[in-house]
Design a protein around this ligand. Structure first.
Ligand code: ARG
Ligand code: ZN
Length: 468
């Protein structure tokens, strides 16, 4: 949950100003008002340089949202608790579309400026480095989905009877303002108000449900463990919900569109069993809730591992993808990429989790899954750890070849050490962020040797390796 890239520069500037003031006759008080500097407007992600914002670290989002499916209008209040990483004269939030009403910082009105997807807030008083501050933004409007570089649509997506929100990689800024880079994780509380007769589901545990005199229903969802904003979700509609318990104490809540509920019930019932198996392989389940949402086809362009409660379009809901999205709870959700360039750490592991599941329950050894993937005519032009552009982030090199890296690692270090890595990696970076370099140095430490040959060919090498 931390960013201090711009801090050194800000501190240097502050020191220079103070020195100037002293030279000018010691009138530091006159200049103390300009000590702070604006937080950066982006975190220079390799693919999305303006995504996220510098100068602060969000600790908690409290989102209060009312949605009217008839008009598509969303009314929101975001209360964002953050810690300043520098003396701040102003800071940014990412927000796409929508109309901002009022903004305040620590209860005092703040000036708001809008340029593209950057919302700049200038508090009345500067925020001191290290201070925790609370920003409140009210907003409203009909959210507009974003179209990704690869052509998929995401964000707040309207359905016949409601909406479903998914955000990988940049869609969450269409429904709430925030620090939308995966490196700034935070706890969430999401309060949803919808018309009578509809369900509203989000991440984590439902802690309250009340009906207003006008019939509208409000539910409160708490997701206290750190979450990257692309993993926040909301599903509103005539869902059928069901509950169960996993791992002895983890509440499971599933929701399925009535048109597909009967067909998905048996697979949804397998969630506790799959989590149990994955816990044995990957270590303790990282969250205090679990579940899934199955939507009607035609809205979602992809299934997503939204935290604690992955979402699936009905037509792609099968055991393999369920295993994949549940594995992401460890790989991606608990251990989150430092930048979008590290996405293979999510997709390679989640794909390898499919191979492991097939090995155990389908009697297909992982080496067979590897051989099949190697024989396929996939895109081999770029390596898992370096997609050339945003439109390639979700291409086969990140998924299949990412899993191949792990299989080659298993062959190199043996099943025992590989098993240790499968548990140790998510333990070491639990609820944190990690980069590819973190991974290779962690693995080399566990293996007790240099693995450059492996990384050079499978992780960083362009083109198809000569031999499987
Ligand atoms: N992470 C999702 C999965 O588990 C896929 C998301 C694809 N997103 C996109 N914008 N194409 O496979
Ligand atoms: Zn995935």
């Amino acid at each position: 949950m931390n960013h201090s890239r711009t801090r050194a520069a800000a501190t240097a500037l502050a020191t220079a100003l103070t020195t100037l003031a002293l030279l000018a006759g010691g009138c530091t008080t006159a200049l103390s008002g300009v000590r702070g500097t604006p937080g950066a407007a982006g975190l220079r992600d390799p693919y999305f340089p303006k995504l996220g914002n510098g100068g602060y670290d969000v600790r908690h989002y409290a989102l209060t949202l009312a949605y009217d499916p008839r008009t598509g209008k969303l009314d929101g209040t975001a209360e964002i608790t953050a810690r300043a990483g520098q003396d701040l004269s102003a800071f940014n939030l990412d927000l796409a579309g929508l109309t901002v009403g009022r903004a305040s910082v620590d209860g005092e009105p703040a000036a708001v400026n809008r340029a593209g997807n950057e919302l700049t807030l200038r508090p009345r008083e500067e925020i001191r480095e290290g201070a925790e501050f609370r920003t409140t933004v009210t907003y409203e409007g009909v959210p507009e989905a974003v179209t990704d570089a690869d052509g998929t649509r995401e964000g707040w997506l309207r359905t016949d009877d409601g909406a479903v929100a998914v955000g990988q990689p940049v869609g969450s800024m269409t429904w709430f303002p925030g620090n939308h880079h995966p490196s700034d994780k935070a706890g969430y509380e999401i309060t949803l108000t919808v018309p009578a007769g509809l369900e509203a589901v989000s991440n984590g545990v439902r802690t309250a449900r009340r009906t207003a005199p006008d019939g509208r229903v409000t539910t409160v969802w708490k997701a206290p463990e750190p979450m990257a904003s692309y993993l926040a979700t909301v599903a509103i509609g005539r869902y059928r919900t069901d509950t169960a318990t996993a791992l002895g104490s983890v509440p499971v809540l599933t929701a399925a569109d009535p048109a597909v509920a009967a067909n998905s019930a048996a697979l949804l019932d397998e969630i506790p069993k799959i989590l149990d198996r994955q816990t044995r392989r990957f270590g303790p389940y990282p969250f205090t809730a679990a579940g899934a949402v199955v939507t009607e086809d035609g809205t979602l362009g992809y299934a997503l591992e939204t935290q604690t409660r992955p979402v699936f379009p009905a037509s792609s809901f099968d055991r393999t993808i369920l295993v994949h999205e549940l594995a992401h709870q460890w790989f991606g959700n608990s251990v989150t990429p430092a930048t979008w360039r590290d996405l293979w750490l999510n997709e390679g592991f989640a794909t390898y989790a499919e191979w492991l599941y097939a090995e155990e329950f389908g009697h297909v050894p992982a080496r067979t899954s590897f051989a099949r993937a190697f024989a396929k005519d996939i895109n081999w032009t770029f390596p898992p750890a370096d997609p050339p552009a945003a439109e390639n982030l979700f291409d086969p090199p990140v998924y299949q070849r990412g899993a191949m890296v792990l299989h080659k690692l298993r062959e190199t270090v043996g099943d025992e050490v590989f098993g240790e890595i499968l548990r140790g990696w998510p333990a070491k970076y639990r609820h944190a962020n990690a980069s590819t370099a973190d991974f290779t140095s962690y693995v080399e430490a566990v293996a007790g040797r240099d693995l450059d040959g492996l990384w050079d060919v499978w992780l960083y090498g362009d083109g198809k390796p000569d031999r499987p």
